[in-house]
Structures are given as C-alpha cells and as structure tokens.
Design a protein around this ligand. Structure first.
Ligand SMILES: [Cu+2]
Length: 328
C-alpha cells in the first residue's frame, strides 16, 4: 500500500468536501422546484404563499321572488383523486361550487366576496341576460361586488368565473351548477322519487396553463373527484323514478352521459321543458351544456353512470346508483 504524505491527505479531504458541495448544489439543493403551484401567476411572479382557505358555505335568502346569494371566491385544497390534493380556485371552497337553485322569474341579488389575496375573480351566470362588461366584472382581492339580474329562463346552467384568462380560472376549479326551476315545474305527470346533481369536469396538471391549453386531462370526474360516486353510490328504491340534473363544466371536453341498464325516457336539453326528448340512451353535453334526465329503475342492483366516451370513464367519469328494495 502506498503511503500518502499527511499534507496530501489534507488536500484530498478538502477536495472531497468541495466535490460533495458541488454535488449538493447541482442536485439535492435544486431550489428551482417543478411544483406546478409556482406557476400560479401567469405573469411569472413567484407565488407568495400556498393557501388552504376553509370553505365558506353560500348564504342564500329569499324575500318573495328576490333571492340574495352570497358566495366567496377562495383558494382551497381539494382532493381530486385518492391522496391527490389540488390547490383549487373555488367558489365557496368546493369544486364544483355549490348547486344554486332558484325559480324562473326570480331576481337575483348576487354578492361575490373575493378572499383570494392574489387574484381577481368574477361570476358569469349562464342563467341570466346581462351585459358581461357590467354584470360579470372582476372583483379584486379583498373586495366584494354585488350584481342584480333576473333568471327568466328555466334550465340547468353553468356558472363560472369569467376573469381572463378564463381557461386558467376554469381549469383551477371555478365553476358550478345553477338550476332555474320552471315556473310551473317540469311537465311530468309522474312522481319523482329521487333527485341528484352531477357535474362533469376535468383536472389537468395543477395550475398549469399550458396543460389546460394543450394537455389531455389527468382526470375526468363527476362532482369533483374520481372516487366518491363509486365508493358512495347514489341511492334509490326498486321502481323509483329518478331525475338527474347533469352539467358538463368542461372546460375542454364534450360529455356523452349514459346510465347503464336503463333508458332516459324523458330528457330536457339544457333543462328547458321546451327541449324535450324521449327514449335517449346517451345525452351529448357540450362544454357548459346541461340537461334534466329522468328514468325508472325497475330492478335491484348497481347502475353505473358514465361518460360513454370511455377514455373519460377510465379517467374517473363514472358513478353508481345503488337500487335496493328499501333504498339502503
Ligand atoms: Cu376566478
């Protein structure tokens, strides 16, 4: 064994330390982390903080045909798949936002409270006639805005944040369903035993505008994630007549809504009683399209709801209706 003089041992130790430091700097200490949350501001400004604002439920009160709706634009972590969190931009802390139900002819006094500290947000109700540059305008961080309009048309409508770039706000979760019930109800002479709401939408790489524009969705989901409606089926009794209010929030994909094992004997496209169809196997829902679908479940068992675009079903756009003799 060759003996190394002590002075060379010191030099070698110093070189080893320097090499280790260089390795750390070029690998383990790489602070340019690729967390997509860092791309939050399209201007490229670094994100100040990660947020998880506790959900604030909507406040809805009614005086005659005047309805006062208070909602909150906020940033809240949601779970889009088991163990997959997403720092979502939301209405009221959930994705989709809460289902809003009003009646045809109601006047809506809508207040948006924006507690997102970084980003203006707005509300575009597809259910109303209103000048967008006056009534759908952005509410700045820490501010609130109140807007008034009338919901004259019955239907199942999308609402969403309309702040530019709209796709950024949609891809991050700012959408939901507003149901405007027809003045005289839906023209069915059969009793509806169960009513549920389904909102289809897509999730992409977190907060990544390029992915929203160009990528295939990671998940296509019903009611915000890819597991709840299969693990916790909707319930019905044998013989029940079921009405689903269905909306495809997109932002990019078209939906082919289908219930395995039954036919949708009555369908109101966009939820308008004038747009009635019968005997539908599948309902095509464009991005932002809605429908009321009604069907009978005659035998006990599990009935799967899917988007019959099966790449979407395989990414999560599926759910169950469990039919039992006693609904349990
Ligand atoms: Cu927004």
């Amino acid at each position: 064994m060759i003996e190394i003089p002590a002075r060379y041992k010191t030099v070698r130790a110093v070189l080893l330390v320097l090499a280790a430091l260089a390795l750390l700097i070029t690998s383990g200490c790489d602070w340019s982390n690729d967390d997509p949350g860092d791309t939050k501001l399209p201007s490229g400004k670094p994100e100040v903080q990660r947020l998880n604002q506790p959900p604030i439920p909507p406040v809805i009160t009614r005086k005659g045909n005047e309805v006062f709706i208070e909602m909150t634009a906020q940033v809240t972590q949601v779970e889009i798949s088991k163990g997959v969190p997403y720092e979502a931009w939301t209405f009221d802390g959930t994705v989709p936002g809460p289902v809003i139900r009003v009646k045809q002819g109601d006047q809506l006094h809508f207040t948006l409270n924006n507690i997102d500290p970084q980003m203006p947000h707005s509300m575009d109700f597809h259910a109303v006639h209103a000048a967008p540059n006056h009534k759908f305008i952005g509410v700045m961080p820490g501010q609130e805005g109140t807007f008034t309009y009338t919901a004259n048309s019955p239907g199942v409508f999308m609402y969403h944040c309309g702040t530019k770039p709209v796709l950024l706000h949609l891809g991050n979760g700012m959408y939901g369903m507003i149901i405007v019930e027809p003045k005289d109800g839906y023209p069915t002479d059969q009793q509806i035993d169960q009513e549920y709401t389904i909102v289809q939408s897509e999730w992409y790489k977190e907060n990544d505008y390029q992915a929203f524009q160009n990528a295939k969705p990671r998940y296509v989901v019903f009611n915000g994630n890819n597991y709840t409606l299969t693990e916790h089926p909707l319930k019905a009794n044998v013989g029940d007549r079921v009405r689903l209010y269905v909306l495809n929030a997109g932002p990019n994909e078209v939906s082919s809504f289908h219930v395995v094992g039954t036919l949708m004997d009555t369908v109101y496209l966009d939820g308008n009683p004038d747009n009635v169809l019968h005997g539908m196997q599948t309902v095509l829902l464009p991005a932002s399209g809605g429908a009321v679908v009604e069907f009978q479940l005659t035998e006990a068992g599990d009935y799967t709801m899917v988007s019959h675009q099966f790449n979407q079903a395989s990414k999560g756009a599926a759910g169950l209706i469990r039919v039992t003799p006693d609904g349990k």
